[in-house]
Design a protein around this ligand. Structure first.
Ligand code: IMP
Length: 196
């Protein structure tokens, strides 16, 4: 992934170190990564009503402050029985991961339908007014209780389809192969190989 012989620089418009690690691992080492922290040290706000809106806002802002190609991810967990909640509000569902997980499990208590999916929407903003959108999803179900220590967020209660263990139990190698982020980033990778 080079542009005129130089490695492509991408600013990652996220302050979540877990996401940064996942993105770097999945996209690989041919890219020169920077993070929004190098240009802006306040918390990025997420006030939009869709993943796409939040992702676009973060990527466009990052491009504005850095002047460099920027990549933002907004993601969420959509639970069928809860009408798609917490969805776009996944990070605002409780004060921390522990509270968010407890609330979700309490809301699903005695419910048979535990189907859920993670969705990720990436916006790659690379020139004034120019951007591309990449989506990924990972289908699965919600575990009866938290299990495992890997990953972050809702990983201890999400069991991807075809597995009996949670993302937190499966570990990063498996997660980075099948996750919503992996699906979306595979599309971005293809795009970068074709156009950059
Ligand atoms: P945001 O994209 O930073 O707004 O994150 C949305 C919420 O979904 C956060 O609470 C994350 O913890 C959660 N989330 C996003 N991606 C994942 C994931 O891969 N595993 C577990 N939780 C996730």
């Amino acid at each position: 992934m080079t542009e005129k012989g130089k490695p492509l620089t991408i600013v990652l418009a996220t302050q979540n170190q877990h996401k940064i690690d996942e993105i770097r691992t999945i996209l690989g080492d041919d890219i020169n990564y920077q993070t929004i922290r190098e240009y802006f040290d306040l918390k990025l706000q997420e006030t939009g009503r869709s993943l796409r809106e939040n992702s676009f806002t973060k990527a466009a802002f990052s491009y504005k402050v850095s002047g460099k190609a920027s990549l933002a991810d907004d993601s969420g967990l959509f639970v069928e029985e809860l009408g798609g909640e917490p969805g776009v509000y996944s990070s605002r569902y409780g004060v921390d991961d522990k509270e968010r997980i407890s609330k979700l499990l309490a809301n699903l208590k005695n419910k048979k339908n535990r189907k859920a999916k993670f969705k990720a929407i990436f916006v790659y903003y690379y020139a004034p007014g120019s951007f591309e959108v990449f989506e990924g999803e990972c289908i699965g179900r919600i575990a009866m209780e938290p299990r495992g220590t890997g990953g972050f967020g809702y990983d201890p209660i999400f069991i991807p389809r075809g597995y009996n263990r949670t993302f937190a139990e499966l570990g990063q190698t498996v997660k980075n192969r099948i996750s919503h982020r992996a699906q979306a980033l595979a599309k971005l990778k293809k795009y970068l190989m074709t156009y950059k």
